[in-house]
Design a binder for this molecule. Structure first.
Ligand SMILES: Cc1ncc(COP(=O)(O)O)c(C=O)c1O
Length: 418
């Protein structure tokens, strides 16, 4: 009886479905977040059951049969991301890499892909070592807006963009690439991991698909590995959801629930990370120990105009990289000398991280290819967390003193006490 009364009340409750006219924060909190119609729980329960009862053969009681094919927590997370990326559909995967792999697998054998050169190392590895086995060939270009038509072939099916790129923070004019690609019937995918949907919505600039490593900003707490792809095409939805189920690279209900919880504070975290990154980028730019700073929030960034056009309020995001004087040894020493930043791979969490891409995330890319896009041995990548900006600036300044200020300028550190 009690259940019936509660259910009646839920029927009387006005629909809570968020409207696309609402702002990002409202959508982040409410999209894909229905209250439980039976108990009234404000936060969705975690649906751990792998299988769902049927009243007759092939007649499930509700919308679910088996958790690989669909699960309530995954669906709610997908609905939230779709709303934030201004997409009709979103599909979640067990990792960002699985999202990338599934999109590439959806191409027919013999397809050709054009990609920006400085993609995430794992994406580069998939393109060069796995996609080929499926008969998909990838051409890399460091200046896709300029030479996209030169690289187009009869069998070109996809353009792959990362903007900002990892780890050099170069930006691509998505609209310019999409216009050139669509003129030839070619689809455009944008990896939006570095900015999150709060700062950039690639579909609004003409992209066909946006992908994320949810592991980063969307989950935001460095405790879930997951990926997502969002898009508008119904046809692509049926193709990718077939592969999502057939390949089985799906996230667990628990991870989907955690990532959905992360989504609800995405705007707050990303705003703070971006503010911190700008403060640190300015301090680095002013330091005599630094050769160059890559941060799209700085006026000195070569693609600042694109940031002003594509990013919310021209924000630069939480990621930046810089070249330190003293070569690889100084870069490594810097990372070992920070007291707040942790030396670790990954990014987009609440805690600040620092790493040397040439020796860590991008070690698998041959030196000549890496250096051609600015990934030198002295490059340090920073992921700004949500700590206090003043503390982060002080930490970076003392680590630079430790790594460079105490050396002879040739990378030899004379501080024998460390
Ligand atoms: C830009 C970018 N795309 C994709 C990925 C792959 O995501 P995942 O580690 O969740 O497989 C990463 C991982 O670092 C990344 O940085």
């Amino acid at each position: 009886m009690t259940v019936a009364i509660v259910s009646d009340r839920s029927i009387e409750t006005p629909p809570r479905a968020p409207s696309p006219t609402q702002g990002f924060g409202t959508l982040a909190v409410h999209a894909g977040a229905p209250h439980d119609p039976v108990t009234g729980a404000v936060i969705e329960p975690i649906s751990l059951s792998t299988t769902f009862e049927q009243t007759g053969a092939g007649r499930p009681i509700g919308a679910y049969e088996y958790s690989r094919s669909s699960n309530p927590n995954r669906e709610n997370f997908q609905a939230a991301v779709a709303a934030l990326e201004h997409a009709k559909h979103a599909l979640a995967f067990s990792s960002g890499s699985a999202a990338t792999a599934t999109i590439l697998q959806s191409l027919a054998p013999g397809s050709h892909v054009i990609s920006v050169s400085d993609v995430y190392g794992g994406t580069h590895r998939y393109f060069t070592q796995v996609a080929q086995a499926h008969g998909v060939r990838v051409t890399f270009t460091p200046q896709i807006e300029v030479d996209i038509t030169e690289h187009m072939r009869e069998d070109t099916r996809l353009i792959w963009i990362e903007s900002p790129s990892n780890p050099t923070l170069r930006l691509v004019d998505i609209r310019a690439v999409a216009t050139a690609a669509h003129a030839r019937g070619v689809k455009v995918v944008v990896d939006n991991t570095f900015l999150s949907p709060y700062i950039q919505n690639p579909l609004d600039h003409g992209a066909d698909v946006v992908v994320h490593s949810v592991t980063k900003y969307i989950n935001g707490h460095s405790d879930v590995v997951m990926g997502v792809a969002a898009f508008n095409s119904d046809e692509l939805h049926s193709r990718l959801s077939f592969l999502q189920n057939a390949c089985g690279a799906v996230p667990s209900a628990f991870d989907s629930w955690l990532a959905h919880r992360g989504v609800k504070t995405l705007h707050l975290r990303v705003r703070e990370s971006s503010r911190n990154a700008l403060a640190v980028a300015k301090a680095l730019e002013a330091s005599p120990h630094v050769i160059a700073v890559n941060y799209p929030g700085l006026d000195s960034h070569p693609h600042r105009k694109i940031a002003l056009k594509q990013h919310r309020d021209g924000m630069g995001g939480g990621m930046l990289s810089f070249r330190v004087k003293g070569g690889r040894a100084a870069a490594e020493r810097f990372c070992q000398s920070t007291k707040i930043y942790t030396l670790a791979e990954s990014l987009g969490g609440i805690e600040s991280l620092v790493e040397v891409p040439s020796a860590m995330t991008h070690a698998g890319i041959p030196r000549d290819q890496r250096e051609a896009v600015g990934v030198y041995d002295d490059l340090v990548r920073i992921s700004s967390g949500i700590e206090e900006a003043d503390d982060l600036v002080r930490d970076v300044q003392q680590a630079l003193e430790e790594a460079v200020g105490k050396s002879d300028g040739n990378g030899v550190n004379w501080n024998f006490t460390k």
